[in-house]
Every structure is written in C-alpha cells, then in structure tokens.
Design a protein around this ligand. Structure first.
Ligand code: COA
Length: 181
C-alpha cells in the first residue's frame, strides 16, 4: 500500500469517454460484512483523501442498512457507505463514502449504488439524504448535482488534514424525486 502522501487523487470534471457511452456493465451488489470490510477499507484508502479510522470501520459493521459493495465478475470495484443521522431536526441518511476504482468510473456504477441507497431510504421512511464533499472535488460535485443534490451550505475549515479545508453540505429531498435527473 502506498504511504498516505504518495496517493494520487483525480477529482476533476471530465467529459464522459465515448467508449463508455454504450457499455452496460453487469454489476452485482454485495453487503458489507466483517469478512470483506478490509477490502472496503483498502478501496477507500486508495480512492479518498480522508483516511478513516479503525473505529469508523468497526462502527460501520453495526450500521449496515444503507451500505453496499459493487462487484464486477467477483471483483470489488466500488462501494457506498451511509448511516442514519439527524439534520435540522429531521431523520436523514448521511452518505459517508462513495468510491469507484478509477478504471471503472463513468460506467454508471456509483449511480447504481446511490439509486439502491435511495430505494433503501424509502423502505426506512427517510425523506432526505445529505453529505459533506470537499469543495475541490469537482467529479463528486457533478455526480451529486446529476442526482438532484443541492448545495445547502459551505463550511470553512471543515477538514483538519486536507487542503482545501472547506466543504459543501449537499442535500437531496427524496420526496421530490427518487431517481436520477
Ligand atoms: C464521484 C465518483 C464516485 C463517481 O463514480 P462513477 O461511477 O464514475 O459515477 P457515474 O458513472 O455513476 O456518473 C454519473 C454522472 O455523474 C457525473 N460525473 C461523474 N464523474 C464525473 C466527472 N469526473 N466529471 C464530470 N461529471 C462527472 C456525470 O454526469 C455522470 O454521468 P455521465 O457519465 O453519463 O456523464 C467517482 O468519481 C469516485 O470514486 N471518485 C473518487 C472518490 C470520491 O471523491 N467520492 C466522493 C466523495 S465521498
């Protein structure tokens, strides 16, 4: 595994590669378990600037309802993790991580994971989703915008270990729409 400072992130806004426009990958979902949590931890370590603690993963195992792994031919290519939370007096589902391995991006895999989480929210009678995203993460901002999330706030100095340190709070009202835009 590379040292934390040797990891390279690419979060820029890009055009969808023409070759990916027509390809539909056969993605299967899996649950997060204590057997595969280490794979999930490595996926996040290699693809997200935030390094989550062991405690984060221990707590996640007890909070699995809205988290899913994405497999292509038995290979882990992406994942979403979420938890129930309180936001402005309302019960919401908070997206903690959404990660796709770089070669598998722009195939709609993160969209499938998010759409599954939205369906699970409906089952849990959750009417809103929210998250924090680093202000420089253009690909994630475009992704969430496409799925109907709106900027609710900008928080300065939110991240203690990242530059830029500011983030956007994004919110999606699930009562208005349950599918991607
Ligand atoms: C953000 C991320 C999860 C998107 O995953 P993905 O599987 O490539 O997303 P999808 O293929 O479902 O994209 C859906 C739409 O989002 C938008 N989008 C996604 N990546 C984009 C990019 N780099 N530039 C512009 N728009 C983008 C597009 O509108 C895209 O639709 P299109 O491909 O038909 O144009 C992925 O880039 C990633 O893992 N990034 C690193 C981890 C991260 O920053 N996660 C978010 C913070 S937790």
């Amino acid at each position: 595994m590379p040292a934390p400072e040797a990891r390279i992130f690419e979060n820029i806004k890009t055009e969808k590669p023409a070759t990916r426009k027509l390809l539909e990958l056969d993605i299967k979902f899996g649950d997060l378990t204590d057997k595969n949590v280490e794979q999930f931890r490595i996926l996040n370590y290699l693809n997200l600037p935030v390094i989550y603690s062991e405690d984060f993963y221990r707590r996640l195992i007890n909070n699995l309802r809205y988290s899913k792994l994405a497999y292509l031919k038995d290979v882990l290519v992406g994942a979403i993790s979420c938890k129930e939370d309180d936001y402005e007096g309302e019960r919401v589902v908070y997206i903690m991580t959404i990660t796709i391995l770089k070669p598998y991006r722009r195939y709609g895999i993160a969209s499938k994971l998010l759409e599954q989480a939205v369906k699970d929210c409906a089952k849990g009678n959750i009417k809103k989703m929210n998250l924090h995203v680093q202000s420089s993460n253009q690909s994630a901002l475009e992704f969430y915008k496409k799925h109907g999330f709106e900027i609710a706030a900008k928080l300065d100095d939110y991240y203690t270990d990242l530059q830029p340190a500011d983030c956007y709070v994004l919110v999606k009202n699930l009562e208005q729409s349950t599918t991607s835009q």
